[in-house]
Design a protein around this ligand. Structure first.
Ligand code: SAH
Length: 265
């Protein structure tokens, strides 16, 4: 992209939070009111989209029926073009723009094009889903470290899974539904206890949310049996036993087993 200054256009990379419109920041809500155009992805909740005033132009770059997402370069070009035309462009992204949101790439594109750009954080799915489940991601007794990991990487080989779970750690897996079973196998092969609790939160913070709980060894079965649908988040770690969730272990009385777990994770 060539380098010439925009008129007074500006790009705002805005986090829309995990779904519930009440979890939008005040700044994000204000920007939706004052924007000339909102470019949003498919993860942004309907309740949030409903806050965009009718006079504001709206473009979806969500997955189309053909299942093709608008290529990231095309999105970057669109954002730069609209800002260069002097518009206040709000790029609205699910959760936080900088957590698996490719916000960094859009920021780079804006900077390279000399477009003023500001980032507005949003509540990322991990925080929203944990809150919904009443599950503290850290806890003085259970976990003093948290990792956010993308589960969709090719063959899972791009990720070093060692040390991410167990031993006072919480592992939060984004985009991990399709690979849930393989991830569980991988973690167990790395020495993580198959009896480590897991929680799966589907459509966190929305009225349709489901929170399911199981053990690591049963994660793949749980996802398949319960037909867990996207978006869903997988939380692996001792803290998952604290989730206010449906236990899906197929074993009567397993809740008490989970509460009594004393093996070293
Ligand atoms: N930028 C987003 C993440 C985008 S990646 C954020 O900060 O939250 C998309 C993944 O996020 C989904 O596959 C899912 O794993 C997770 N996710 C997003 N919203 C969710 C929700 N409401 N409930 C459960 N998982 C969610």
């Amino acid at each position: 992209m060539d380098n010439y200054p925009s008129l007074a256009g500006k790009l705002w990379l805005v986090g829309a939070g995990p779904g519930d419109p009440d979890l939008l920041t005040l700044r994000a809500a204000r920007l939706l009111e004052s924007a000339d155009i909102v470019v949003h992805d498919g993860l942004v909740g309907a309740g949030v989209l409903a806050l965009i005033p009718p006079h504001v132009e709206r473009i979806s770059v969500a997955k189309q029926r053909s299942r093709h997402t608008m290529k990231q370069e095309r999105i970057n070009e669109l954002l730069v073009r609209e800002a260069r035309a002097g518009k206040q462009v709000v790029r609205l992204k699910g959760g936080d723009p900088f957590i698996f949101g490719r916000g960094g790439e859009e920021l780079d594109a804006a900077r390279a094009a000399g477009i003023a750009c500001e980032v507005v954080p949003g509540i990322t799915a991990a925080a929203g889903c944990a809150a919904q489940a009443g599950l503290p991601l850290t806890h003085r007794e259970d976990a003093s470290a948290v990792s956010f990991v993308a589960g969709q990487c090719k063959d899972l080989t791009e990720q070093d899974w060692s040390g991410l779970a167990g031993h006072g750690r919480t592992l939060v897996i984004y985009m991990g539904l399709a690979t849930a079973s393989a991830i569980a196998d991988k973690l167990i092969a790395e020495g993580v206890s198959p009896g480590l609790p897991v929680a799966v939160v589907e459509r966190g913070t929305t009225p349709e949310a489901r929170v399911l709980r199981s053990l690591l060894a049963d994660l793949g079965d749980l996802v398949a049996r319960e037909r867990v649908a996207s978006p869903a988040l997988i939380i692996v770690g001792k803290v998952a036993a604290r989730a206010d969730a449906l236990d899906c272990l197929g074993t009567p009385g397993i809740s008490s087993v989970l509460k009594d777990i004393s093996c070293e994770y």
